[in-house]
Design a protein around this ligand. Structure first.
Ligand code: 13P
Ligand code: SF4
Length: 347
């Protein structure tokens, strides 16, 4: 597509939220990226949280973490550029080890991925021998390597149910675990809060069915039931959607809770007068850009600083300089791959 055509398309989508001169600059950058992408036989995957100008100009595929993991597994391109955060790019490398996987930012972390270590899981496995371990995809490869199966926000309850085990270790997101416990009807405990955490004697207490951890998403933990009540007071007809990384109180007070793509589909398929989406704010911008007729209420004080590290400028540099290359040691990759592929098969 020519730069003028790309500018035209971006202008149609973004002219209500971005000055024209800025759209011109973004179109120029995106056009250079798309040219280089073709020359280098690369594919660009863009998470739903990318800012609108990037989201609507360079990704070959957009989606939530499960959808993008599937695309990474299927691609026949030589290079995967992941416009998302590190654990997502690592998952792409786990599934496509022969490809070069690039992350446009050096760090682009995630508070959930940083909340747990492989050693924590090894201790849990000694405390609860034989209990299957489900790990959220928002973790690093060495943590995935210690678990039996991964899950994402779109399949967490289904994966837990598919294990047909009375008790399941579910890590590391406390709120996602509580939401899954409610959905699957399981009791939940948090052994990381119990005394003698380092004691690895097998636990004898069997009055639980889901064993959680105290990781939290630094964005979603900030949304409150007050936010929802305030919005409902002012807009009684508002439909509230929340990501399952929000607290169980917030998801219970919402009209719908689901993965980022599930929330996008919900808004596209319904015809409510107003929507409030409790997740990273860029996603609301992206929906508004594609559907100007939808009234999205803005609650933008909580942003994901890690997703925001991915810019058009750095994506161009990433392709020009072949940076930042994601590497996963082969023994860890192979063990992590088992858990990720098992999830893909089960979903
Ligand atoms: P999704 O899998 O729903 O896209 O969520 C990823 C994420 O990091 C949400 O904060
Ligand atoms: Fe991690 Fe939360 Fe950012 Fe998602 S929004 S990448 S869970 S810190």
């Amino acid at each position: 597509m020519t730069e003028d055509k790309l500018y035209e398309e971006l202008y149609q989508k973004l002219n209500k939220i971005m000055p024209e001169a800025e759209i011109r600059v973004k179109a120029e950058l995106a056009s250079q990226i798309n040219k280089l992408k073709k020359e280098k036989n690369a594919v660009i995957l863009g998470h739903n949280y990318m800012e609108p100008a990037l989201y609507y100009s360079i990704p070959d595929f957009r989606g939530d973490s499960l959808e993008l993991a599937r695309k990474a597994a299927e691609t026949d391109k030589d290079i995967i550029v992941f416009c998302g955060v590190r654990f997502m790019a690592e998952t792409a490398k786990i599934l496509s080890p022969e490809k070069t996987v690039l992350l446009p930012a050096e760090k682009a972390g995630c508070s959930l991925a940083e909340s747990i270590t492989p050693e924590d899981i090894r201790i849990l496995k000694k405390k609860f021998p034989g209990v299957p371990v489900v790990t959220y995809i928002n973790t690093y490869a060495e943590v995935k390597a210690e678990c039996d199966v991964c899950c994402t926000s779109s399949n967490a309850a289904a994966i837990v149910n598919s294990l047909k085990s009375d008790t399941v270790i579910f890590l590391p997101d406390e709120y996602l675990a509580k939401n899954v416990a409610r959905e699957t009807g399981k009791h939940i405990i948090f052994p990381s809060k119990t005394p003698n955490w380092q004691n690895t004697e097998p636990a004898t207490d069997i009055d639980y069915r889901l064993i959680g951890w105290h990781g939290k998403c630094e964005v979603h933990e900030l949304f409150t039931v007050d936010d929802i009540e305030n919005a409902r007071r002012q807009f009684p007809d508002v439909v509230v959607l929340s990501h399952p990384e929000c607290s169980p109180e917030v998801t219970a007070a919402s009209d719908f809770s689901g993965s980022t793509s599930a929330m996008i589909r919900y808004v596209e398929e319904h015809d409510a007068p107003h929507y409030l989406i409790l997740t990273e704010c860029s996603m609301g911008d992206n929906i508004m850009a594609a559907h100007p007729e939808k009234e999205m209420l803005r609650l933008c004080s909580h942003r994901c600083p890690h997703m925001a590290e991915i810019t058009l400028e750095d994506t161009l540099k990433s392709l020009q300089l072949n940076r930042y290359v994601i590497e996963v040691p082969e023994d860890i990759r192979r063990r992590a791959e088992r858990a990720v592929r098992r999830m893909i098969e089960l979903s």
